[in-house]
Each structure stands twice: as structure tokens, then as C-alpha cells.
Design a protein around this ligand. Structure first.
Ligand code: SF4
Length: 702
């Protein structure tokens, strides 16, 4: 770490990793980031985790894409590059040539097969303005809504449940509100690894006597701080949550005043819960009935309670039902709309909230205005001064790749996403990418997905561009360019604008602030939030009620954005995981992130400190399981599912149940998604990353 006297200048921006959205001071020396410190942002108050503090040097990595690339005519489309010489399948090109080739290929498909032959994946790692431009390009340029991004793989089911029953997909309270709570549930989330700065607030809460109830099939670091740790059977979320709620009904612990004033469908929910006594659910969820009763009382009798959840809730075929249960629990206990209460799905990527708000989803225009709503379509056609676009909801991430296999989609524009690593059953996804007639990939590295591209456009990293991002707390924050992009790399918004113009769209943006101003025309969520204010204040929470309001940390105190202002109880039944263990595949595979590595690893594995901390692909197994397999900790195991096989180093972890294996998805050499099940939740269309039947044996590859 350097001394601050050694730096030329300091630039304030936002950490590019997780949805906490910590504000940072970037110390710059000789045009390079030399050090990163936390500053006093609303979500972090000076704190940073290891990724934010040390994971910045990927931007200066020699693997950065610095020139546009065009695939060589005879190069095979496959993930078979030589790591020592990764660019052998491409030749360098000028921007003019690459943009002509990129746009020309997409335009030819549009002419020959119609706009629906081209689809787009945007990115939750880009700015709000870039997400907005990307969805606009697909809708305006190709006339349909086949545009999506990684929200489909993380919280799509949470958003589906929240939209349906609360009327809004965002959190009802910032995570910092836990300061005013006296009970909190953290379920299906491992914040100490995935939202580490948020976790510091949870630990402080527990330290000052708050009742912290942690529920997860895996044990975790928050366990040490928890009043209760419920390590329930994987996939038994609905059974456990309904059992908790049945106690609240049975013992009359619900808030009748709140229910009468702010909700609907209570009688149906109450009746439904009668079949879920803790005693009946104990064998399913593996938690003693007495503990379920204690937890129900603890939460229901709290003066103010919050509920936090992560992808352990959302990434199931019953992910929307899981979220419905959490909403029901908050509503019946009157825990929405007051300080210290709320529903908070902890968002994953740094800008997944903002990218979703900006309309980077197939069923919604910006601000969750449905594409089926004629007035909303007309509004945006007016703002964009263009003819209309389809009134049908578009295809989601996995459906788009299925559409490629079916021959309906022949070209794609992929900005900053890595489906060749992140999609379930990734062999199927890679085959789809290889099948495309024309693939344009825009990124900062030659990702696994870029290996399949016809044209690769080199983009600026987050610390190399200006733009706004929105964190899990609904806080819109200003990201600022601190250093120049390497070589010929350009900010994503500039590249998308150049492509749009070649596709015949009359776009004339010179700065992201112009895009932000256009977004405000169609997005009421940005009322009273201006570029100038963000420049000065750094962060403003939406909704924001006036030009001097810092924004509303807690919403829905006066009712919900639903008919008659009422939230809705949505009874949920038990739906089993899609693929249950059997004699051939007797264990349960679950996947996720590690503290040190971010998503598909393209950034953090190129960061010296983070890579040194976790240099090798690994999985976690209970010590008794490893003993049974006859494998020493650090030895290799083979994981096999119906989709494929992975050999990976095993470590012991008592937090993992004896019949489970946990595999992080950041490592290409042991890609977790070779194994995962692509079965989808029917509402959120999110894949079941958290449960697949797996066989684990000692690996013959030692
Ligand atoms: Fe970055 Fe998230 Fe860590 Fe904050 S908690 S420093 S936003 S990775």
C-alpha cells in the first residue's frame, strides 16, 4: 500500500463489484490506480471489503483488450484457446472496420430474417446510461424485446414476487435500516462473503443485542453472531417459512391492524397455513419443531423486523414461491414501511438494480413499465422519436440461447456478460454461441464468451468511464473516470452509440449526462435526481421527493403501488427441486460465489492479491464425506451430474452438510455450470443453480 503523498490525484467513484455499492477514493499515480480507500458513501461509511480494497489492478492487466478484433476466416468457434497465446483466432482491426463488420452482420440478419433473428445480452456491470442505451438499441433497432441480462440468473424470481405482491421490484428499506430493527432474518444469503460490507452492519446489529436469525442449508460466518442458526434441508424453504408463519397464526402473533389496513387475501393465506404445522414440516426441513416455534415468536414479537435474502432463495424452481413466503411473513407481522422494517433482496452485481430499472429486461421498459402496456410503449416511442416495437414480452437469457438452438435467433450482441461461463448447463450455452451466424462481443477481456465472437469490441473498465449506478439500497451513485482506457478501448456507451448509428438509428449523444436526461423523461423513479446533483452529492436514494431530499430510505409507509394501495398475500405450496438425488446421483450440488472471486472470475482472477488468496478451483465437502471417499483435504474429487463432469480440488468445510457439495462458479478449469440444472422457475425464469443431483467420487485425475 502506498503513502497518499505518493499519488498525483484522487478520484471518487464506486466499487465495481457487488450490489452494496461502496464509495471509493481512487489514488492515481502516473495514470494508474495505485491504491483504493473507502470513503463516506451512504452504504459503506468508509468501509471496504477485500475486493473493493485490493481487487482494482485487473484494469491494468496485460490481458486487457486494447484493439478491436475480427475472427480469422478459418478459426473454429470453440473454447480451445491456448492460454499462453489467446488471440490466435483473431486479427486486430481498426474501429471503423470492426464497427462496420459488427453492425453489418447484425443488419444483414435483420434484413434476411427479420429483427427477431437478433437478440442482446446487456450487463449489470455497466452504468445505468449504458444499460438504457443497450435496451433501446434492441427495441428501437430490431423492433422486439429479446433483451436481458444477468438479473435473470440472480434475483428474477424475487422481483417477480415483489412486483406481483408489493407492486415494486426494489427493496422496501436500505440495509442500513437494520440499525433501527430489533430482529432480522437473513435467509439464503452469505453476506460475509458476498456482501461483506453489508455484513458488518448485520454484525453490529447482533452486537448491540438485535435478534439475528440466520437460515441457510450451509453454515456460514454470520452463524457466530446469530441468535438462531437454522441449517435446513436444501430446497425446503417453503416448508420452513410456512411452518414459521403457521405458528404466528396459531399463537395469534400477527398484526391484525396492519393486515386490515394494508393487505388483501389474508384469509386465504391464513387458511393455507393450517396445513404447515412445525411438527408436520420438521421431517422435511430438518429443523426441530420447537426451534421453529422459538424463531416464529422471536420475529413476530419484535418491535421492528427486517428480512434479507440472497440467491439461496431465488435460484430454485420454486424461487418465486420462496420470495412470496418472505413477503407474506413481513406483511403478517406488519414489518414494512417503518424505520427498522423491510424486505431486502441483497442484489448481486454492482448495478443489477440500475440495469433492471433502466429496462434491460424482456418484459419491462424502463421503470418496470410493461411492454404490453400500449401507453408505456407509446411514451418511449415518443421519447425515442421512432416507430413502435413489439407488444410481446421478449425472451429471457436461457430462452434466447434455446432460440439459437431452434434456429430462430441467428445473431447476438453481448455486452459485458459471459454466458459461456454463467449459464446453467453451460455446454448447451457454448454450443448455442458456436452456432450463431454472427456474434458481437463487447468486453474488457477475451472472456470465454468472446472466444465464440465474430467481432470483439474492446471496452473501458468501470474506473475508466463516467456514469451512474444504482445499488441494492436504491441509491443512485456517480461513478467517475479515474484513468484512461488502455490502447483503443472505449467506454461502452460510445461503442453502443457507434453501432446504433451504423444500424440506421439517429443517435447523437456526446456524454452520458445526455442519456441520463433522456432516461428522466420516461422514469419517474429519477424525479428530483439530476446529473448535477449526483456530481455534487455523490448519491441520492430513489424515490426522492424534492430537489433537496437525499431520498427515501424506507418506502410504502402509506400503502403500496397496487390496487387500493394494498399488498397481497400469496399462499405458496411446496414444490420439490427439479432433480432429486437418486442411486446414480446421490448427493446435492449447490453453487455460488467466494469472498475473493467475483462471478465468472474474469476480473478478480486477474487481480494479484485476490488471485494469490484463492488461486485454484476448489469445492467444499464435509470432512466425513471426504473420509468416506478416501480423499485427503487438498486432493481431487470428481463431480458428475446428468450434464457433465468436473475434476476439482476438495477442501473440508463443516458448514456443508455431509450429503452436499459446494462449488464456486468462478473457475473455468472446473466450471460449475457444466454441472448445473437448467430447469427454470416458471415465474422468474431463473435456473435452479442451488440444487442438482450429483455423484462425488475420488478423481482418477490426480
Ligand atoms: Fe465492493 Fe461489495 Fe466489497 Fe463494498 S462490499 S467493497 S461494493 S465488493
Amino acid at each position: 500500500r502506498g503513502n497518499s503523498k505518493d499519488v498525483d490525484r484522487e478520484v471518487a467513484s464506486v466499487c465495481p463489484f457487488c450490489g452494496v455499492g461502496c464509495q471509493v477514493a481512487l489514488k492515481i499515480k502516473d495514470g494508474r490506480v495505485k491504491q483504493v480507500d473507502g470513503i463516506d458513501g451512504p452504504a459503506n461509511e468508509g468501509r471496504l471489503c477485500v475486493k473493493g480494497r485490493f481487487g482494482y489492478d485487473y484494469i491494468h492487466h496485460p490481458h486487457r483488450l486494447t484493439r478491436p478484433l475480427i475472427r480469422l476466416d478459418d478459426a473454429p468457434k470453440a473454447l480451445d484457446v491456448d492460454p499462453a497465446n489467446p488471440f490466435t483466432h483473431f486479427r486486430a482491426a481498426s474501429w471503423e472496420e470492426a464497427l462496420d463488420a459488427a453492425a453489418g452482420g447484425l443488419a444483414r440478419l435483420r434484413e434476411a430474417h427479420g429483427g427477431e433473428a437478433v437478440a442482446g445480452f446487456g450487463s449489470a456491470k455497466c452504468t445505468n446510461e449504458e444499460a438504457y442505451l443497450f435496451q433501446k438499441l434492441i427495441r428501437q433497432g430490431f423492433g422486439h424485446n429479446n433483451v436481458d441480462h444477468c438479473t435473470r440468473l440472480c434475483h428474477a424470481s424475487s422481483v417477480a414476487a415483489l412486483m406481483e405482491n408489493v407492486g415494486s421490484g426494489a427493496v422496501t428499506a436500505t440495509f442500513n435500516e437494520i440499525e433501527h430493527a430489533d430482529a432480522a432474518i437473513v435467509i439464503g444469503a452469505n453476506p460475509a462473503e458476498n456482501h461483506p460490507v453489508a455484513a458488518t452492519y448485520f454484525k453490529q446489529f447482533a452486537k448491540r443485542g438485535g435478534r439475528l436469525i440466520v437460515m441457510d442449508p450451509r453454515g456460514q460466518a454470520l452463524k457466530r453472531h446469530a441468535t438462531h442458526m437454522l441449517q435446513f434441508r436444501p430446497g425446503a424453504d417453503v416448508a420452513l417459512l410456512n411452518a414459521i408463519m403457521s405458528v404466528i397464526v396459531e399463537e395469534g402473533l400477527y398484526d391484525q391492524g396492519y393486515i386490515d389496513r394494508f393487505t388483501e387475501n389474508w384469509d386465504a393465506e391464513k387458511q393455507h397455513l393450517a396445513g404447515f404445522s412445525p411438527e408436520a414440516m420438521e421431517p422435511l426441513c430438518g429443523i426441530p419443531a420447537g426451534t421453529i416455534r422459538e424463531v416464529a415468536r422471536d420475529f413476530a414479537t419484535a418491535r421492528a423486523g427486517m428480512i434479507f435474502w440472497g440467491m439461496g432463495i431465488s435460484q430454485h424452481v420454486h424461487g418465486t414461491d420462496n420470495s412470496r413466503c418472505l413477503i407474506n411473513l413481513a406483511l403478517m407481522t406488519g414489518n414494512v414501511g417503518r424505520s427498522g422494517t423491510g424486505l431486502h433482496p441483497l442484489r448481486g452485481q454492482n448495478n443489477v438494480q440500475g440495469a433492471s430499472d433502466a429496462g434491460l429486461i424482456p418484459m419491462f421498459l424502463p421503470d418496470y413499465q410493461s411492454v404490453t402496456d400500449a401507453a408505456a410503449r407509446q411514451r418511449f416511442s415518443g421519447i425515442w422519436e421512432s416507430a413502435g416495437f413489439s407488444d410481446a414480452a421478449g425472451l429471457t437469457v436461457t430462452e434466447i440461447l434455446d432460440g439459437v438452438h431452434a434456429g430462430r435467433i441467428r445473431g447476438m450482441y453481448i455486452l459485458g456478460e459471459n454466458p459461456a461461463m454463467s449459464d446453467p448447463d453451460v455446454t448447451h450455452a457454448r454450443a448455442a454461441l458456436a452456432k450463431l451466424d454472427h456474434l458481437v462481443v463487447q468486453d474488457i477481456f477475451l472472456t470465454e464468451t468472446a472466444n465464440f465472437a465474430d467481432v470483439i469490441l474492446p471496452a473501458a473498465a468501470f474506473y475508466e468511464k463516467d456514469g451512474t449506478v444504482t445499488n441494492t439500497n436504491r441509491q443512485v451513485q456517480m461513478g467517475r473516470a479515474a484513468v484512461s482506457p488502455p490502447g483503443d478501448a472505449r467506454p461502452d456507451w460510445k461503442i453502443t452509440v457507434a453501432l446504433a448509428r451504423r444500424l440506421g438509428l439517429d443517435w447523437a449523444y456526446d456524454h452520458p449526462s445526455q442519456v441520463f436526461a433522456e432516461m428522466k423523461q420516461g422514469m419517474r423513479s429519477l424525479d428530483n435526481i439530476t446529473w448535477d446533483r449526483l456530481e455534487k452529492e455523490g448519491a441520492i436514494t430513489y424515490p426522492c421527493l424534492s430537489e433537496t431530499d437525499p431520498g427515501q430510505a424506507v418506502v410504502f409507509g402509506d400503502g403500496f403501488p397496487r390496487p387500493e394501495g394494498r399488498a397481497r398475500f400469496a399462499p405458496a405450496d411446496i414444490v420439490p427441486p427439479d432433480e432429486l438425488p437418486d442411486d446414480d446421483y446421490p448427493m446435492i450440488l449447490t453453487t455460488g460465489r467466494q469472498l475473493e472471486h467475483w462471478h465468472t472470475g474474469s476480473m478478480t482472477r486477474r487481480s494479484k492479491v485476490l488471485d494469490a488468496m484463492e488461486p485454484q478451483a476448489n469445492c467444499s465437502l464435509h470432512p466425513s464425506t471426504l473420509r468416506k471417499l478416501g480423499v485427503e483435504p487438498g486432493g481431487m474429487v470428481r463431480l458428475e451430474t446428468r450434464r457433465g463432469t468436473v475434476d476439482v480440488m476438495a477442501r473440508t468445510d463443516r458448514a456443508v452438510a455431509p450429503d452436499m457439495v459446494f462449488l464456486p462458479f468462478a473457475y473455468v478449469e472446473a466450471a460449475a455450470n457444466i454441472l448445473t440444472n437448467p430447469a427454470l422457475d416458471p415465474f422468474g425464469k431463473i435456473p435452479e443453480f442451488k440444487f442438482a443431483a450429483v455423484r462425488v467420487t475420488a478423481s482418477p485425475e490426480v
